[in-house]
Design a protein around this ligand. Structure first.
Ligand SMILES: Cc1cc2nc3c(=O)[nH]c(=O)nc-3n(C[C@H](O)[C@H](O)[C@H](O)COP(=O)(O)OP(=O)(O)OC[C@H]3O[C@@H](n4cnc5c(N)ncnc54)[C@H](O)[C@@H]3O)c2cc1C
Length: 410
């Protein structure tokens, strides 16, 4: 006779790509009761565009959501230009290939969010529940206390609450004040028409100066995204945790891009007032553990790696975390004490590898000598390294490989 594993009560804090993917994956395994607690009143992703690359498609497939209508614009040609001279610096061409079922696309962030949301059992999500305190209640499990005075209990808490994670601050208190604002600020806007005339502006591409760039991209459904990033001197510019998706005045955005070509500045001016949103990037120390409190707390997504948005694939990483966490729990029949070390064994070295790859540091340290060198330093953001371990990652293969190497006792 098979004895059923006891029901594991899992509380996921945060309903971003990490929390939603974790809920989808966990809701498919037996004897797990999942709830997502999300502070927002409506689950709606802020921001304009997001890339869905091969790594993200792989995990969306494993989650069983890749065949949902995820519309976007395929990235066949991407052009990089010098923002001062207009010179074409680099062009990446892929031949449109109808046989590729899931080409790399740029889409609206809301599209990814709603695709995931459609696969989360509705009773799983509790909106307007902002976690205020997380308490270890010993044998009773963990207590989650929310801002509105309500509370909940769980056996396992998944911190999917983003870069400013309260779960991480609570369970890793020594790290609490060690998150610092990265020097890059991103401003994004979505437009209903192509932002500028050919050939001065690329249909899809980056117009760069050494410390700023403007990225144009179609995102499907007849919409276009402009993402304008600028280095800000922290001595003169203050951004708080609240600078995440907040509306920002056009004049403020435009003031950082006065050196760019007139056509680019004209394109920025065409964004309607109120259309820009600002995102302050944060970075922090590398975690040496992804689990805490005797395997009752685990971090996924941005909560687990403060990489200041480096690699442009954070949503993919967050979804991979959620899927592999579910596999680990399923493999050991929901025994937290065995599953979480297994999860950590897979994901910790991966994030550590990213920290070592050090892209944020390199971007920040672009120095002299010449304007052109600095521009090239900025454009060659992959440093010529093979980044397929990120962008082509297949978390299903990673899991299969780890399973193959596990001995009976793990
Ligand atoms: C401008 C910009 C462009 C980007 N482009 C890309 C891209 O092209 N491709 C890509 O893959 N990634 C991209 N990223 C990164 C990506 O958005 C993040 O890595 C991803 O959203 C992380 O997902 P997450 O679920 O871990 O966290 P988040 O998306 O931050 O979600 C966290 C959730 O937790 C909730 N929350 C926080 N605190 C609490 C609390 N106390 N109680 C309850 N709920 C709480 C929040 O409301 C939020 O819904 C970009 C990011 C930015 C800013």
């Amino acid at each position: 006779m098979t004895v059923d594993a006891p029901v594991l009560r899992v509380a996921i804090v945060g309903g971003g790509p990490g929390g939603l993917a974790t809920a989808i994956a966990l809701s498919k395994i037996p004897n797990v009761e999942v709830k997502i607690y999300e502070q927002a009143t409506i689950l709606r992703e802020v921001g304009a565009g997001i890339n869905i690359g091969t790594n993200s498609w792989n995990v969306l497939g494993l989650l069983g959501v890749a065949d949902s209508p995820t519309t976007g614009h395929p990235e066949w040609t991407v052009l990089n230009m010098n923002g001062r001279s207009g010179e074409e610096l680099h062009r990446r061409e892929r031949t449109p290939d109808p046989s590729i079922k899931r080409p790399i696309i740029r889409t609206q962030r809301t599209v990814l969010q709603s695709t995931l949301l459609a696969h989360v059992p509705p009773e799983t999500i509790q909106l307007s529940n902002k976690l205020d305190r997380l308490v270890d209640a010993g044998d009773k499990g963990l207590e989650l206390h929310f801002k509105d005075g309500t509370s909940a209990q769980a056996d396992l808490v998944v911190g999917a609450d983003g870069i400013h994670s309260l779960v991480r601050d609570t369970a890793w208190p020594k790290l609490r004040h060690r998150l610092h604002r990265h020097h890059n600020l991103a401003n994004t806007a979505t437009c209903r028409s192509r932002p500028g005339p050919r050939p001065a502006l690329p249909a899809h591409g980056l117009v760069a100066l050494p410390t700023t760039h403007v990225y144009f991209s179609p995102v499907g459904a007849g919409l276009w995204e402009i993402a304008a990033r600028a280095y800000h001197d922290p001595a003169t510019h203050r951004a708080s945790k609240a600078s995440w998706g907040v509306p920002v005045a056009n004049a403020h955005v435009e003031s950082h891009f006065s050196d760019l070509l007139p056509d680019i500045r004209a394109a920025l001016r065409r964004v309607p007032e109120g259309g820009w949103r600002e995102f302050a990037a944060f970075a922090g120390p590398e975690l040496t553990k992804l689990t805490a409190w005797d395997h009752r707390v685990v971090l996924v997504g941005d909560a687990s790696h403060a990489l200041s948005g480096a690699f442009g694939s954070g949503a993919g990483f967050a979804m991979e975390d959620g899927w592999v966490l579910a596999r680990a729990l399923e493999h050991v029949r929901n025994e937290r004490g065995r599953a979480l070390p297994l999860f950590e064994r897979i994901r910790l070295p991966y994030y550590s590898h990213m920290q070592q790859a050090g892209r944020p540091a390199r971007l920040e340290e672009i120095g002299e000598p010449s304007y052109d060198d600095r521009l090239w330093g900025k454009l060659s953001t992959d440093g010529g390294e093979d980044m397929s371990w990120i962008y082509m990652n297949d978390i299903g293969d990673v899991w299969a490989d780890v399973l193959g190497r596990l001995d009976d006792t793990s």
